[in-house]
Each structure stands twice: as C-alpha cells, then as structure tokens.
Design a protein around this ligand. Structure first.
Ligand code: UTP
Length: 487
C-alpha cells in the first residue's frame, strides 16, 4: 500500500491536488485503502484539462451558422406532412408483442430541487393515492405486459448514492409484483466535484472525495459497462424506451412512437425523441434543431435571444420544438457508441452548486453559504446528432408532460397533480362521462386512473365499474380490486 501511496502522492503533486492526501496518515487502514482506491480510478491528466476548460474557463457556446428548426411528425397525423399513424402503431405493437422493446428509467439524479430525502422514485407522486413514482411505472409495465402478453424487462439506472436505497425500496415492496429477474438495476458513473475558486477536487470527508452523478448522458456508458446491453442482447431486445423518473405522465412504452422510430423512412432507428411545442419563447425546454443534416438539441440557456423569439411567416415560434426527455434508442446504437468505451464521451455541461466539503486546514466539514463548486455532467440528448438520422414525434402536453422537479411553483407536485387530473378527466370524457371543469377549462376534481385500468384513453372503452358521475371538487380513484392488481 505504501508504494501505491507514493505513486499517487507524486501524481497528485504534479496536478496540484496534493491536499487530497493531507489527512492520509490520520486514517485507519480501511479508510486509507478506500481513499487510495477512489483516487486511483481518476485520470488526473484528463481531469486537469476538464478543469481548465470548464472550471477556470467557461466553454464558449457554439451555435452552428446553418441552424434551422428540426422537422417533426405532428401529433395530428392527418394534418400537413401527414402519415399513416395506424400503420406505424401496428409496427410498434408488433415489436412490443415480439419482446423487442425494454423500458429504461434514469433515476440516478440527486433531486435537490424537490428536496426529498430518498431516491426520487420513492416520492409519493400520484394525485389521490400518492403512489410512489416507482410503483406508478411498475403498474404501467405490468399493464403493458398483460396487454401484449409479453415480458417487458425494466432497466433502472441509479447512482452510487441512491442505489442501495432504491434496491431496498423494491425489495420492501415485493418488486411491485414484477418478476425480480426482469428488473435490472445498475448505478451510473460519478465525477468529482471541483472547487470553483481553485480548481481543486473537494473531499466529502477525510477519506472520501465529494462526487456527483455524471448526468443522464452517463446512461449510455453505464448501460454498456454494467452489462445491461449484454443482458438486452441475450433477451433479443432491439429498442430501449428511455424516460426519466420524474414525469408520471410519460408512457413507459408507446406503440406509435416505437413504430415511427423503427420504421419511418427518415429514421435510422437509432435514436428518436418526443417533443412538445413550447408555450412561450422562454419556456425552459431544450430546442430541437438541425445542422448539417443532423438533429440536435440546443439547451434553453444557450439559445441566442434572436432565435428564441424568432417567428415564422404565420407568427408561430420558429424554434418551437421543446425536448421533454423521452427517447427511443436502439441497442445497436448504444453498442456502436460504446464499442470503444474508453474514448466515448458526450460533451460536458457545467452547473454551479453549493457542496459541503471537508476542509483539510480546519479539519472539519464546512457547509458553504455560497455556490462553491462545479458539477460536470453529460446530457443524453447530446447523443442525438451521433445517430445517422434521428426523428422527432410531437406528443400532447395533456397526455405526457407533468414533471415533478421543484417542491413548489412550476413543475411541482401541485402542478403535476392538476395535470394528472386533466389527463384522467380528458380520458373519461372520451367514454362519455361529464367531467367538471373550471373557468379555465382545467378539471375540477382529483382523478387517478391506475395504468392497470388504462394505459391510454382507448383502454377505457372496455373498463368496467367506471363512475357514473363526477362531482366538482371530488376525489376519484379508478383501479382494479387489490387482488387483481398484483400477482
Ligand atoms: P434532473 O436534470 O431534473 O436532475 O434529472 P435531478 O438530479 O433529478 O434533480 P435536481 O436537478 O438535483 O433537482 C432529470 C432526470 O434524469 C435523471 C434524474 O433521476 C431524472 O430522472 N438523472 C439526472 C440521472 O439519472 N442521473 C444524473 O446524473 C442526473
């Protein structure tokens, strides 16, 4: 161990990070080993370049000169640029039925804005019964399995910080009646947190670096490194339905989207995305664009104002397509990107954070009052331009967008609850129920429909025991009797 220590000591000195070993001789043997293990995994030469480019400097935002709005498949297939939605849906259903599609949830984030102490997937999210997000998606997967008579394996990316808690949550809940062997949970990679003022790595404790998950873009490498891709190949999976844990309205597996992704003429079937038309120019959604024949997403904070506010001849926002982080990726695409895993990297993005750290001079943990640290992460949408030809499909806001990001205000449990009721109400109206609405047209009742009753409005046609009336302000839960819900 002393040889390892000496080699590391020299390496750290060469890269201005000697403080990381300042307390080494005060640690017990276990702690020493843990610290050496953690530090040995870091390529300090590569990290120094990142620190120079992203911490000491801020990378310039490069907006391509030929940037244009990305085309998309409209939600209404009968409008201009129409397409045969029924046919694509059949293709998607066939792929699902033949066991070619897996569900993939990224749940490794830190959820700092929500301020929930456990993994975000354990958050009680549904409007009446407060089902945790993991249970909600498990019901969707179970319902999809029953509808198509197939196994839908569920891949869940956690982080080293929440992996154990996530695993325990599933175990405590009997895996929500899914077969354990069809749930594949794996932690994503991490990156060190870097002190903004000095470019030095922060320690969380005397024997532990402060780290953060490497962003949802880390999912591509993690799928490969943790053996999920190999598992998919073994099961004959061809397409991965990617969604985030914090939007309960997402359709975990959407047949029409699968069909378009796999079979549309202009799709290479490698990576496809769903979009929503932005409501306002300032709405904080990345925007789908085209450059040099490739589809890409420009982050909302990077979009120059003249493009953000630009309008077309009909007065519509020119850069209209907002990304809502719903994608399909083919297994082959992830395999291609990670074939040389050592050299595969998505671009980094910088976020400034407040990170508690162990001060080696004061020999104590300091809670900073100001932003003190840079968190580097990668974003999955940066893989889109790496696909040969990537398509976008417009979904409906009421159908698929009710994220829970913040404790209060926009994208909070309260806004998501209203959106969940709005969608459930709209579905009930399709089968002839009168649903109370307020002056703004929002549903004036709290309505929850279990995915085991309906995955989409069309499933309600065969549902029994629907309520006859919905009183304004009432609470309605539509779900099967408990014994039918779970095996
Ligand atoms: P967000 O970008 O909203 O981040 O993640 P977050 O970490 O959940 O929350 P804040 O920013 O700390 O408040 C969007 C989705 O991507 C996942 C999250 O779990 C969520 O489903 N994610 C994010 C990861 O899986 N890993 C990451 O490193 C970051």
């Amino acid at each position: 161990m002393s040889q390892r220590f000496s080699a590391l000591e020299e390496n750290l000195k060469a890269h201005g990070q000697s403080h990381l070993l300042a307390c080494y001789h005060e640690l017990n043997e276990l702690q020493q080993r843990a610290l050496l293990d953690q530090l040995s995994q870091i390529d300090f030469a590569a990290l120094e370049k990142l620190i120079e480019d992203y911490v000491r400097n801020r990378p310039a935002v490069c907006i391509p000169e030929d940037l244009s709005p990305a085309p998309y498949y409209r939600h209404d297939p009968k409008g201009p640029g129409g397409y045969d939605a029924a046919d694509y849906r059949r293709v998607g259903e066939d792929l699902i039925r033949r066991g070619k599609v897996a569900a993939f949830t990224v749940a490794g984030g830190q959820g700092t804005r929500l301020g929930w102490s456990g993994p975000k997937g354990t958050y009680p999210a549904t409007v009446v019964t407060g089902k945790p997000l993991f249970r909600w998606f498990a019901e969707q997967i179970l319902a999809t399995e029953r509808k198509y008579g197939v196994t839908i394996p569920w891949y869940i990316m956690t982080s080293p910080m929440n992996h154990e808690a996530t695993r325990a949550f599933f175990q405590d809940n009997n895996n929500f009646s899914l077969e354990r062997k069809n749930i594949f949970m794996f932690p994503q990679g991490v990156l060190p947190s870097i002190e903004t003022a000095t470019g030095k790595l922060l320690l969380a404790d005397r024997h532990r670096l402060a780290v953060n998950p490497d962003g949802h873009g880390g999912s591509i490498r993690a799928l490969h490194e943790c053996g999920a891709i190999e598992d998919m190949v073994g099961r004959g999976i061809e397409h991965i339905s990617y969604f985030q844990i914090d939007n309960p309205l997402v359709k975990a597996v959407d047949p029409l989207f699968v069909g378009l992704h796999a079979a549309a003429d202009d799709s290479s079937g490698e990576m496809s995305s769903k979009m929503l038309p932005k409501i306002t120019p300032e709405e904080k959604l990345g925007v789908f664009c085209r450059s040099e024949g490739k589809t890409l997403v420009i982050e909302y904070s990077d979009l120059p104002e003249d493009l953000m506010y630009a309008r077309d001849e009909r007065g519509h926002l020119r850069f209209l397509s907002g990304s809502i982080a719903i994608h399909l990726l083919s297994v082959g695409f992830v395999q291609r990107l990670t074939a040389d895993a050592h050299h595969f990297a998505l671009p980094y993005h910088r976020a400034d954070k407040k990170v508690p750290y162990y001060d080696t001079d004061q020999r104590r943990v300091v809670e900073p009052s100001e932003l003190n640290s840079v968190k580097l992460e990668t974003f999955v949408f940066d893989a889109i331009p790496l696909a040969d030809s990537s398509i976008i499909y417009e979904t409906s806001r009421v159908e698929e967008f009710g994220p829970i990001k913040n404790a209060e205000g926009v994208d909070s449990p309260a806004t998501s609850h209203q959106l969940q009721s709005d969608r459930a109400g709209a579905w009930l109206e399709t089968v002839g129920l009168e649903v109370p609405r307020d002056d703004e047209g929002r549903v004036n009742a709290r309505i929850e429909i279990s995915p085991l009753i309906a995955l989409e409005s069309g499933d309600l046609a065969s549902a029994v025991d629907l309520p006859e009336r919905i009183e304004p302000g009432s609470e309605i839960v539509i779900q099967p009797p408990r014994k039918q819900m779970f095996r």
